[in-house]
Design a protein around this ligand. Structure first.
Ligand code: ADP
Length: 268
């Protein structure tokens, strides 16, 4: 089984202030996924401009400040849930139009966090869909949080990758984003940033600053924290550029492509 992440930076215009889909990328990637003919595949996608601007506006996951604030945040929660569901519909439609039997899995309908980490999530249905030859498509969403001081949280696609991988032990975990992999520092900010072929620890980065990123869930650093935890359990992952033609397809086919391997093994 392969777990594939499509970053919000790839399927949406992530910097946009309102939700905008990148249809060109989405269609191309859906075609590449079809061409790769993976037998067991789970797709996780990010929220990009369908989630982050609202999550930041409504301060979801920040401490609650009384009844009015709780009400306001619930409205924000409802709005974000609606927008990310729309994006998921667009992703599933595009996959289906390319002959992939995508099924939508809505995190806010079965996942609960405590202090922003997944506490409850029954994966049986996802396994059943896989066993029946479907491609489950799950995504970054808002969820209920059992910590009374926040009650609601933003659940990133990257944390979902972490949770699914720990529990389903896929053969490969591939994350498609809008840069070639992990660099010594943010390549969009520093022209001298160098691509790192293999990351075994956050200390290999010269700078952990990802402030140009609108991502409320931590951008590349948040992603790496999730993936390094997986690596410590022996589950390797790869970050590749889904913005470049054929990299997703080649990677899914098992071919070596440009990117970064997140691992604990010094020699692999
Ligand atoms: P996605 O939405 O695809 O999951 P993110 O926006 O969370 O991706 O993370 C990718 C972004 O992280 C890149 O566009 C880049 O600007 C930023 N970034 C920050 N630091 C780094 C780094 N050291 N290496 C690579 N990308 C980085």
């Amino acid at each position: 089984m392969i777990i594939l992440k499509l970053g919000g930076s790839i399927i949406t215009e992530k910097g946009a202030e309102s939700p905008v889909v990148n249809h060109e990328n989405m269609n191309r990637i859906a075609n590449e996924i079809k061409e790769a003919h993976v037998k067991d595949l789970i797709i996780v996608h990010g929220a990009g401009s369908f989630g982050h601007p609202f999550a930041s506006q409504y301060q979801i996951g920040k401490p609650l400040k009384g009844e009015l604030d709780i009400h306001e945040k619930k409205i924000g929660f409802s709005l974000i849930q609606s927008w990310v569901k729309k994006l998921n519909g667009i992703v599933c439609d595009s996959l289906r139009e390319h002959g992939i039997p995508a099924v939508s899995i809505q995190p806010s309908s079965f996942i609960v966090t405590r202090n922003k980490r997944i506490e409850t999530a029954n994966l049986d249905l996802i396994k059943d869909y896989l066993d029946n030859g479907f491609v489950p498509v799950i995504y970054g969403d808002v969820v209920l949080d059992r910590d009374e001081s926040i009650k609601m949280a933003v659940l990133s696609g990257d944390q979902i990758i972490n949770y699914l991988s720990k529990h389903l032990i896929p053969k490969r975990v591939v994350l498609g984003t809008d840069v070639d992999g992990v660099y010594t520092k943010n390549p969009k900010k520093h022209s001298d940033a160098r691509l790192i072929e293999k990351v075994t620890s956050l200390s290999e980065l010269e700078s952990l600053d990802s402030t140009t990123n609108i991502d409320v869930t931590g951008g590349m650093i948040g992603k790496l924290q999730e993936l390094l935890e997986l690596a410590s359990l022996g589950i390797e992952s790869e970050i590749i550029n889904a913005g470049k033609n054929n990299l997703i397809e080649n990677s899914l086919k098992g071919n070596k492509v440009l990117g970064t391997l997140i691992t604990m093994k010094e020699s692999s």
